[in-house]
Design a protein around this ligand. Structure first.
Ligand code: ASP
Length: 561
C-alpha cells in the first residue's frame, strides 16, 4: 500500500486546519432510495432530507451551507442545501449535496440517455467539487460504470458509483455503509477513475459485474483486484493499481454512444450458424460481442459454416469481439476452435467483461472518424484499464518500502526544485512505485513542486506520467495556485491545459491576489470583471515568463519552495 492520498492533516500535521472536501452526490434512482408502494418498491424523492439529514454519520449538525450546483444544459446554477460529515479518520470533513435527477429510475430501465445525463452532470459541475458519488440501481450498475469509464475522458477526479441491495430506510440495510464508504473515497483519495464501491470494496468500474441478486456482496471484479478495501481501521488503497490520465488534456466527455448498433450474443451448445447470421444481419448493426466458451471457443459448424458467417459479417464492416462466458480468465488462441475465430477476423476481447466490451464498442464506434480498423485496434488495447494486455511482474522491496519511498520522494523534490530534468527522468524510470501523488511533510506532491520549478519540461514530463493536478497541500493549495502565486505564466498555462483549476476554497485568496496581478491570475481562472482589457494586457506583460520569480510574491498559504 502506498502513502498516496489527497491530504492527511490529522496525521503528522495536528496544527493544520481541518479541510473540507466537496462531493456532489448524483441520485439517479435504484433500491437505495426506494420506498414500498402497492405495486412494489419504487424510487422516492427527497433522499437528502429523508434519509441523510437525520443520521449523525451523514450530518455533523453544523449550519447547512448552500452549495452551487449547475443544474441543466443552460448552465443554470442553483444553490443546494448541503450537509457535512463529522471529521473522518483522515482528518477531513466532507461537505456534500444530493442532486436528484428529474426522473428517478429503476436501473433496469436506464440506457445511453441516462449515462449521458450522468456524464453531463459531472462535466458541468467538475470544477465545483473534489469528487462525485453516483447513486444508481444495482441491476445495470456494471454497465453504467463501464460506459462512464469510457465517456469520461482524461478524468482527473474520483467518480464513485454505488447503490444497495436494500433501501436506506429499511432497518437492516447496506445503503448506509455503501454510501458512507463511497463518500469517504470520493472525498479523500485521488483515484481518478470511474469506480464502483460496494460491500467495503472499491472496484474499477469497467472490471466489475453483478454476481449476486440479493447478497450484500453483490459485486466483484474477477479479473482485477479491488482498488481499495475498507476495514475497521481505514480504507486501504492499492495505489499501484490505480489508473491515471497521462495526456496533457482537459477533462471532456463523449456522450453519444452508439448503443443502438451493437448487440451481444451468448454461444451455447447446438447454436445454429443461421441464428448468429440472423443477428449479424440486423439492420444497421455495427458491432457484436460474442460470449464464447472457456478461452474463447465456439463451434465452427458443419463445413465451417459458423466461421464463414462471422468472416462474412466482418467483411461487411461489422466488428466482432470475443469475450469469455467464464467469470475469470482471458480469451486466448489456445484451441483450434478459438484460433479459427481469430483467423476469421474476430477480435480477442482478452479478459474484458461483457459489460465493458459492449460499452467500449458503443463508445469507439461513436468516436469522430471511427473506422472498422480503428475500432478493431482499440478494442484489444487497454484504454481505461478495462483489460489486461500482458502481465508484467512488479518489482517490490519486501522490507522498508515506506522509508525508501519517502527517500525517493525527497531526492525527487530536490531535483525538481533545482530544475534537474535528467535526474527527474532517471528517478521516475527506476522507481518501482508510483509516487507522483505522494505528499511531503507539507502536503506538496511532486506536481506542486514542479508547478514552481525552474524547468517547465519537468512539469510537462510529470503531468505526462499521470501526476494529479487536483491534490491540495496542507494549506489547501493546488499546484495551479502555487504557479500563479509565483507568477509563472508558462506553468499556469500548462497546468490549465492539463485540466487544473482553482479549488473553490482558494478562490477568495486568489481573488485578493488578483487585484494586484489580474493578468497572471486571469490565466489561472480568476476574472475580475471591473478590470479593463488594457490593464489586463499590462499586467500580463509585467508578470510574463521572462520576469517569473522576480516580482513581488504574496504568500497567502502556498508552501512550495
Ligand atoms: N431493480 C433495482 C435497480 O437496479 C435493484 C437495485 O437497485 O438493487 O434499480
Amino acid at each position: 500500500m502506498g502513502a498516496e492520498a489527497i491530504l492527511d492533516p490529522a496525521q503528522g500535521h495536528p496544527e493544520a486546519p481541518i479541510l473540507e472536501s466537496r462531493v456532489l452526490i448524483i441520485m439517479t434512482g435504484g433500491t437505495i432510495c426506494m420506498r414500498d408502494s402497492p405495486s412494489g418498491f419504487i424510487p422516492a424523492r427527497g433522499f437528502q432530507e429523508q434519509c441523510l439529514s437525520r443520521v449523525p454519520t451523514f450530518n455533523d449538525g453544523s449550519d447547512s451551507k448552500g452549495l452551487d450546483v449547475v443544474v441543466n444544459q443552460a448552465n443554470e446554477v442553483k444553490e443546494h442545501p448541503s450537509l457535512r460529515t463529522p471529521t473522518t479518520a483522515y482528518g477531513r470533513q466532507i461537505r456534500y449535496t444530493v442532486f436528484e435527477f428529474e426522473e428517478l429510475l429503476d436501473s433496469s430501465s436506464i440506457d445511453a440517455k441516462g449515462w449521458a445525463e450522468i456524464a453531463r452532470t459531472i462535466f458541468r459541475n467538475y470544477t465545483l467539487f473534489d469528487g462525485f458519488v453516483v447513486l444508481h440501481g444495482t441491476d445495470s450498475l456494471a454497465y453504467t460504470c463501464s460506459a462512464l469509464s469510457f465517456m469520461l475522458q482524461n478524468l482527473g477526479k474520483p467518480v464513485v458509483l454505488t447503490g444497495s441491495q436494500s433501501p436506506m430506510l429499511v432497518l437492516q440495510n447496506d445503503a448506509t455503509d455503501n454510501l458512507l464508504g463511497s463518500l469517504v473515497v470520493a472525498g479523500h483519495f485521488m483515484v481518478p477513475e470511474v469506480c464502483l464501491y460496494f460491500n467495503n470494496r472499491l472496484f474499477r468500474g469497467n472490471r466489475s459485474c453483478k454476481v449476486a441478486a440479493s447478497d450484500f456482496a453483490a459485486f466483484d471484479s474477477p479479473n482485477c483486484p479491488p482498488l481499495a478495501v475498507t476495514t475497521s481501521m481505514r480504507t486501504n488503497v492499492n495505489w499501484d493499481l490505480v489508473n491515471r490520465p497521462r495526456n496533457i488534456e482537459n477533462f471532456s466527455i463523449q456522450t453519444n454512444l452508439d448503443t443502438s448498433h451493437v448487440a451481444c450474443l451468448r454461444i451455447f451448445p447446438g447454436i445454429k450458424p443461421q441464428m448468429v447470421d440472423a443477428v449479424l444481419k440486423l439492420e444497421g448493426l455495427h458491432g457484436l460481442v460474442l460470449e464464447t466458451f472457456g478461452a474463447g471457443n465456439a463451434p465452427h459448424g458443419e463445413d465451417n459454416a459458423m466461421t464463414k458467417v462471422l468472416a462474412d459479417a466482418i467483411k461487411r464492416g461489422i466488428v466482432i469481439v470475443n469475450v469469455t462466458q467464464c467469470l475469470t480468465g482471458s480469451v486466448s488462441p489456445v484451441y483450434a476452435t478459438g484460433m479459427s475465430l481469430s483467423r476469421a477476423g474476430v477480435i480477442a476481447g482478452l479478459d474484458m467483461t461483457t459489460e465493458a466490451a459492449l460499452t467500449k464498442l458503443a463508445y469507439l464506434l461513436a468516436l469522430p472518424g471511427a473506422t472498422q480498423e480503428s475500432v478493431t485496434r482499440n478494442m484489444s488495447t487497454s484504454i481505461r484499464g478495462e483489460l489486461t494486455e500482458s502481465s508484467q511482474p512488479v518489482f517490490r522491496h519486501p522490507d522498508s518500502a515506506l522509508p525508501e519511498r519517502i527517500q525517493t520522494l525527497t531526492v525527487l523534490g530536490y531535483a525538481i526544485a533545482q530544475g534537474d530534468f535528467a535526474r527527474v527522468q532517471e528517478i521516475i524510470k527506476t522507481e518501482p512505485h508510483w509516487i507522483l501523488n505522494d505528499a511531503d511533510y507539507s502536503g506538496n506532491t511532486p506536481i506542486h513542486l514542479a508547478a514552481t520549478s525552474p524547468s517547465i519540461a519537468i512539469l510537462h514530463f510529470l503531468l505526462g506520467q499521470g501526476g494529479s493536478v487536483h491534490i491540495r497541500n496542507h494549506n489547501g493549495r493546488t499546484p495551479l495556485f502555487l504557479a500563479a502565486n509565483a507568477g509563472l505564466f508558462e506553468h499556469i498555462l500548462l497546468l490549465r491545459q492539463s485540466g487544473a483549476h482553482l479549488h473553490s476554497d482558494e478562490r477568495p485568496a486568489a481573488e485578493l491576489l488578483a487585484q494586484r496581478k489580474p493578468g497572471i491570475w486571469g490565466i489561472a481562472g480568476i476574472t475580475l470583471k471591473q478590470m479593463s482589457e488594457r490593464e489586463l494586457e499590462g499586467e500580463h506583460t509585467e508578470n510574463g515568463f521572462e520576469r517569473r520569480g522576480k516580482g513581488h510574491r504574496v504568500d497567502l498559504g502556498g508552501s512550495a519552495p
